[in-house]
Design a protein around this ligand. Structure first.
Ligand code: CP
Length: 366
């Protein structure tokens, strides 16, 4: 089975992954040969430090081996090879794929064309489910629960794929209040509000001031303003220093607030905060390795079924309209069907299955 977004796993499966990760921490020797003879392919079409290297360390610590690339310019993507063909080919060389790609929905296309499990290691500004595994495990270890807490997300909530995936994951737990702290220009996408905050009736507020939000938070999830996602350099320059966490404003927070950040950071958390016992972001990165070990074990043990089009039973339209999101994989992949699922029958709104962009009505003829 592939992992494309966090909802590909049930809450029970997530607890199972966390249990295994905890056991790996306690008994690493028990797992050191579990993947002997297995190969992980890391296909990174976008830069990464933590995700790629923690996936590679995870497979090596399980006794398996690793192949792949960390730079799209060294792959045949530069000659125009499609994501579908790449996934098809890598299925001949490896047992499992971890893929990062700048186009939203690219891992979905890979999973639909691979004969081995595909793990989404981040697709554009869309999802980053294995970061969410690290985030959930860190919250669980630090707080002893995943329920009944106020979680603040601060920074780039528009393009922050880790934010989208973690809100989706938290929507399945009881008693979670969400505080969304961002400039108006980087507010959370509508689909995240529709699907998780509104649909699951999660209480949330949107605000601009980190200082005002800080006293009420149990978890603060800081994010980087991502220059690489902006169309305008001027806009990035204007917004990049919107929020900085320092020992001074941290004095407004609860004594046991937990500070998370998917990393890399630029300057949104002062280095002086690292010494504060509330700073959990380096532990979070280490927890990511244990959760990826747990995930690899589960995905390889689960058999090798690739996902298909998972919206069976929901009304879909194919090729009657084109996704207008320029970051969607449909904007570059050859001969890829444009598939939309109906999300609102009254307004006839359809959502792209690859990138989740919502579009207005389909043609009258439908
Ligand atoms: N958190 C995260 O995805 O980091 P990298 O970009 O370094 O992989």
């Amino acid at each position: 089975m592939s992992l494309i977004d966090i909802f590909d796993m049930t809450v029970e499966e997530l607890y199972g992954l966390m249990e295994t990760a905890s056991d790996i921490i306690e008994n690493p020797g028990k797992y050191s040969e579990k993947c002997k003879g297995k190969k992980l392919a890391t296909l990174f079409f976008e830069p990464s430090t933590r995700t790629r290297l923690s996936f590679e360390a995870a497979m090596l610590e399980l006794g398996g081996s690793v192949l792949g690339f960390s730079d799209a310019s060294t792959s045949s993507a530069t000659k125009g090879e499609s994501v579908a063909d790449t996934a098809h080919m890598i299925s001949c060389y490896a047992d499992i794929i971890a893929m990062r790609h700048p186009k939203e929905g690219a891992p979905y296309v890979a999973a639909a064309n691979a004969t081995i499990p595909v793990i989404n290691a981040g697709d554009g500004g869309h999802c980053h489910p294995t970061q969410t595994l690290a985030d959930l495990f860190t919250i669980y270890r630090e707080k002893g629960r995943l329920t009944n807490m106020t979680v603040g997300f601060c920074g780039d909530l528009k393009y922050g794929r880790t934010v989208h995936s973690l809100i989706a994951a938290l929507s399945r737990y009881e008693g979670i209040n969400i505080v969304l702290i961002s400039p108006e220009e980087l507010a959370i996408p509508q689909y995240v509000k529709d699907d998780y905050l509104d649909k699951k009736a999660m209480p949330y507020v949107e605000c601009r001031s980190l200082d005002e939000a800080l006293p009420g938070l149990d978890i603060l999830y800081m994010t980087r303003i991502q220059g690489e996602r902006f169309d305008s350099v001027e806009e990035y320059e204007r917004l990049k220093d919107s929020y900085v966490l320092t020992p001074s404003n941290l004095s407004l927070a609860k004594d046991h607030m937990c500070i998370l950040h998917p990393l890399p950071r630029v300057n949104e958390i002062s280095v002086a905060v690292d010494k504060d016992p509330r700073a959990c972001y380096f532990k979070q990165a280490l927890n990511g390795k244990y959760m990826r070990m747990s995930l690899i074990l589960k995905q390889l043990g689960d058999g090798q079924d690739a996902i298909g089009v998972k919206e069976s039973g929901i009304k879909t339209v194919v090729n009657l309209k084109h996704c207008r999101n320029p970051r969607c994989i449909t904007s570059t992949e050859q001969e890829l069907d444009h598939i939309f699922k109906l999300v609102n029958a009254e307004t006839a709104e359809y959502r792209c299955v690859y990138c989740d962009a919502v579009h207005g009505t389909v043609p009258e003829s439908l």
